[in-house]
Design a protein around this ligand. Structure first.
Ligand SMILES: Nc1ncnc2c1ncn2[C@@H]1O[C@H](COP(=O)(O)OP(=O)(O)OP(=O)(O)O)[C@@H](O)[C@H]1O
Length: 257
């Protein structure tokens, strides 16, 4: 059964700016979908709409059979228990004044009713929970007392990932999570996401301008151009002749052909 269904979604910022135009796709549980496109193609708008951060007037989005309705606070809160996000810019997502352990625990303190499976039956202290989370993303547990400014870009992104998976979401939306990292660190983060996705059976929506990253991680690829889907295919069809010329150009530019 489909977990996320996006049906004829369109969004205008003004009469002349149509950021999304008639977008339709769906994803099943545990699937990793890549959304690739150049700057201005509508990727971040799509991410924000899917997270319920921005309203939309045209089309429908349902998650697990229920509509994503930004104005309905009850529905939105229920949805947010199942969806988490990771962004490119960790400096704006991790509060520089908070030690890492406090940032890590934000989602769990918002949703106290969630009891994650990675914790034992006996009560753990907040610090112990943070340590477990750090270890889940390959960081030393002693980092709990550090501040974001004392971590590298890759370490900060790992902390963001740990925080996102803390409530064991069924959907993780990643908006350019590797864009500001060195190439070797990018690869490590992609490997980490792949490992966590398999382990937790999460659906990942991976948004990137980098078709290499998308094809490494995702089994389904959606190509966005000027707010429209111009191509949509399974990874095994990447080199098929019927690929859209724009997809072919992205592949050529990335030199993965
Ligand atoms: N808040 C906004 N108000 C008005 N126009 C916007 C707003 N946000 C985005 N846009 C416009 O919508 C279109 C899609 O932008 P969006 O940021 O979604 O693209 P993107 O693919 O994520 O680009 P980038 O990779 O550069 O962030 C662009 O034409 C952009 O200028």
């Amino acid at each position: 059964m489909s977990l996320l269904i996006v049906d004829r979604l369109s969004k205008n910022y003004s009469k002349s700016i149509r950021a999304l135009d008639n977008i339709s796709f769906c994803s099943t549980e545990g699937e990793c979908i890549g959304i690739v496109g150049e700057s201005g193609s509508g990727k971040s708008t799509l991410a924000r709409v899917l997270l319920g951060l921005e309203p939309y007037k045209e089309g429908n989005i349902t998650f697990d059979g229920k509509p994503i309705a930004p104005k309905n606070r009850t529905l939105l809160r229920e949805y947010r228990k199942n969806v988490q996000m990771i962004f490119q810019d960790t400096t704006s997502t991790l509060n520089p004044k908070l030690p890492i352990w406090k940032s890590l625990l934000e989602p769990l303190s918002n949703f106290k009713e969630i009891s994650p499976s990675y914790l034992g039956k006996e009560g753990s202290s907040e610090r112990e929970i943070a340590e477990v989370l750090l270890e889940m993303v390959g960081l030393d547990k002693h980092m709990v007392d550090r501040y974001p400014g004392e971590l590298s870009g890759g370490q900060k992104q790992r902390v963001s990932i740990a925080r996102a998976i803390s409530i064991e979401p069924s959907l993780l939306v990643c908006d350019e999570p590797t864009a500001s990292l060195d190439v070797t660190v990018q690869v490590q983060i992609l490997h980490l996401l792949k490992e966590l996705q398999k382990k937790n059976n999460m659906t990942i929506l991976f948004i990137s301008h980098d078709i290499r990253a998308v094809t490494f991680l995702c089994e389904k690829v959606i190509v966005l151009k000027n707010g429209s889907i111009v191509d949509q295919f399974g990874l095994e069809e990447l080199y098929h002749r019927e690929r859209h010329p724009y997809t072919k150009a992205l592949i050529k530019a990335a030199e993965i052909d």
